[in-house]
Design a binder for this molecule. Sequence first.
Ligand SMILES: Cc1ncc(COP(=O)(O)O)c(C=O)c1O
Length: 438
Amino acid sequence: MVEIDGLMLDRTRALWQRAQAVMPGGVNASARMNPALGHPLFMQRGKGAYVFDVDGNRYIDYNLSHGASLLGHGHGAVTAAVEDALTAGGLLAYETALQVAVAERLLTLFPGMDMVRYTCSGTETTWHALRIARAYTGKLGVVKFEGHYHGVNDTVGYSHWPDVDEAGPPRSPCPVPDSAGIPPANQDLITILPFNDVEMLERCLHSQADSLAAVIMEPINYDSCGLVPTSEFLCAVRELTRQLGVVLVFDEVLSGFRVRPGGALGDACIPDMTVLGKAVGGGMPVSAFMGTRAIMETCTPVGPALHSGTYNAPPALVAAIGAMLDEVTRPGFYEHLNGLGDRLYEGMRQIFDRRGIRAWVQGVGARFGLLFGLDCEPRNYREVAQQDLEQMRRFHLACLRRGVYLHYVSPHHGFSGAHTVADIDVTLNVMDDAAKEV
Ligand SMILES: Cc1ncc(COP(=O)(O)O)c(C=O)c1O
C-alpha cells in the first residue's frame, strides 16, 4: 500500500480489508484494483464530473466508469428516463414500443447498419457478433489485432496487453491468452496481427480467406492509448474483407459516441457489423450489436444463430439509450467536448514541454492516452508498449493526491459532457504541479 501525503484514505482501506474477506481481491472487477495505490478506491457517490470517496475526498474523474459515463455520473435525463421505465414494470422481458423506437433512432446514426439487438455488456456483444459472423459465413477463424480489447470472453480473449517477451515477432505476433482457463483449442481459431500493417493484413487474409469468418477491430484503438488507423490500412481492411467474404466487425464499445454521435469514423469506413457498449447506455449497463440485414437475420428466430437472454433489452436500460441519444444529438454537445479536448490536450503538451518531460498526448475525441517516454505518435501496440509505466504511476499518484483521478494502469482516460472549462483548468494546474513533482 502506498501512503499518500495529504490524502486521508483510512475508511477506504478499512473497507478494503472487509471486502477482501468476501470478494476475491476485494473487488468485483479486476480493473478496479489500482496497482499504483495497492488497493481500489471505494466511492460514496458520483455526480457529473466528480466522484466522492468514502473518506470524503473529491476527485475530478477522468476514468468515468471506464468510459461508460460520457454524459457524466448520474446524468439527470438518464436517471429520469430509467425511473419512468422502472415504474412501468421493471424488467418485463417482453418487447415494448421503446425497443423499436430506440432501435430506429440508433440505426440512423450508423451508416450501413440495418438491424440491431440489445445485450448487456461489451463482452457479451463481441461474443454474439462473432458467433453470428461464424454462422453467417460458415467459417470459424477470427483475426484480431494486438493491443485491441474485446472483453473477457473466451473467443477473442487474446493479446490485449501481452508481455512483449511472450508475444513473438512484432510483425507476426502469436496469440497470448489474456486469462488462464481459456480452452487451448480456441487459440487455433485466432490470428493476431499488428495494427496498421497493410502488408501483413493482405498476406494473412489472402492465405486464410477460406477459414476466416471475421476481422474484429477497434476503429480507434483506445485500449492501446488511442491508436488511429491510417487511411491506407482502413481502405485495405474494408476492401479485402469485402472481396474475400469475411465479416468486418467494428468494436465501438469504447469509441462509439466518443468523437461524434455514432461510430468514431463516421462514413469513412463502413463495417458489416458494429458493436456498442459503455457510452451507449449513458452510464447504465446495456450494449448492442448491429449489422446488415443479411447478417442480422442469421439470428434466431429468423436464422440459425441462437441469440436470446432474460436480461436483453429491459425497458429501463433501453430508455437510458434513448435519453443518451437525446443528449448527444443536442446541438452543441460535441462542440463542448471538442473545446474541452483542445484545451486539455494542448495544455498537457505545454506542461510536459515546459517541465522537460518526454510524454506523448494522444487525444482523440473525448478520450486520450498519456504515454510517458514517447515523443511521437505510436501506430501499433509494440510502440505503445515502450512507454514508461513507472513515470506514469508516479504522475497518476501525484494527480490523485491533488484531486484529479487518472486510473492506473488504464491506457485511456477521458472527460464527459459534464466537465467544464473550469474543471479542465483546475486539472491543468494540478498536472503542472504533478509534472514538477515527477
Ligand atoms: C473496445 C472494448 N470492447 C469490449 C469491452 C468489454 O466491455 P465490458 O467491460 O462491458 O464487458 C471493452 C471494455 O473495456 C472495450 O474497451
